[in-house]
Design a protein around this ligand. Structure first.
Ligand SMILES: Nc1ncnc2c1ncn2[C@@H]1O[C@H](COP(=O)(O)OP(=O)(O)OP(=O)(O)O)[C@@H](O)[C@H]1O
Ligand SMILES: [Mg+2]
Length: 288
């Protein structure tokens, strides 16, 4: 069996997906290492071991993500391709949802917004608010840097202890602003607010920010279903807090099952559609 390895080398973690040549996903995994080269080679070794494969069964590597620029030439002498991250984000999201057109929000270390259709994937912008914001602020506010510890704390937290809601500042019903809606994230930090309340407030702030930006980007378009990918999309409270934003704006947020691996999957699929016929040659580095 021959395999293609799609690798998304992000600012925080490396995601790898093994595809059988016939475009079937064999397995995916995520690794985190101190530097991107170590995490790339660690991910390759780990997935080969996990799938019981040897290196000579790998016919191509397809790299994407910010860290792909660090890797020069071929990996282990095997043809190594680079694809634009924004195209991989769009392609992966369309594949995982079956949509033909959507807005994709990749929430990783930061957040990227890509208008994706079968014809083209267009980067419409980004936000510095993402998972890096969450872990960075949590390190100071909670003394926690590990995502699992931050999530575990948040599950016991209450937003009423930290956020200012519309009902805190207005007695009157405002038609477009239900009373429970956030007026200011961390706008009402109680003296009794705990580490757990801060953890939930931070997670909610990230989802409310990226969710609102995505909803605004879809105003005056036909898009009513927005796809959210990246590791942050896989946090257990993602759907709940994005649904809150979606209700306000009349859009729905869809988190596909393999949201963490969407970009790596998209990279490998771009290989099948763009490079397969010319396998053996290397394209110019095309990371943007
Ligand atoms: N298992 C995990 N390991 C590390 N971070 C995680 C994990 N699960 C969720 N996260 C959160 O996700 C963020 C990283 O997300 P992701 O792996 O999608 O980003 P990335 O691809 O490395 O970055 P970018 O796409 O912005 O270059 C972290 O900042 C953290 O908040
Ligand atoms: Mg990423």
């Amino acid at each position: 069996m021959n395999v293609i390895l799609g690798v998304d080398i992000g600012g925080s973690t490396t995601k790898i997906v093994a595809f059988e040549e016939q475009e079937r996903v064999l397995d995916c995994l995520q690794v985190r290492a101190g530097d991107q080269i170590t995490s790339l080679y660690g991910a390759i070794g780990h997935i080969l071991y996990k799938c019981n494969l040897t290196l000579d069964q790998v016919t191509a590597f397809v790299l994407t993500g910010v860290g792909a620029t660090m890797v020069k030439g071929d990996i282990y002498g095997i043809p190594t391709y680079r694809v634009k991250e924004f195209e991989a984000i769009g392609k992966g999201a369309l594949e995982l949802t079956g949509f033909s057109e959507t807005l994709v929000v990749s929430v990783g270390t930061g957040s990227a917004f890509v208008m994706a259709s079968e014809k083209e994937c267009r980067h419409i912008g980004g936000s510095g608010v993402g998972g890096g914001t969450l872990t960075g602020l949590a390190s100071k506010l909670l003394g926690e840097t590990h995502i699992d510890a931050i999530v575990a704390a948040a599950q016991k937290g209450s937003l009423r202890q930290v956020d200012l809601a519309i009902c805190d500042i207005s007695d009157e019903e405002i038609p477009s602003l239900p009373p429970h809606v956030t007026a200011a994230n961390f706008g009402k930090v109680e003296s009794t607010a705990s580490k757990e309340d801060f953890a939930l407030g931070l997670i909610n702030m990230v989802f409310e920010t990226v969710g609102s930006l995505a909803a605004f980007a879809c105003k005056n378009t036909e898009i009513k279903e927005i796809v959210v990918t990246g590791s942050v999309a896989a946090l257990p409270m993602a759907q709940k807090y994005l649904d809150g934003v979606g209700m306000l704006h009349g859009v729905k947020f869809i988190i596909p099952e393999k949201a963490i691996f969407a970009t790596a999957i998209g990279a490998a699929l771009l290989y099948f559609s763009e490079f397969q016929d010319e396998a053996g040659s290397i394209t110019a580095l095309e990371i943007t």
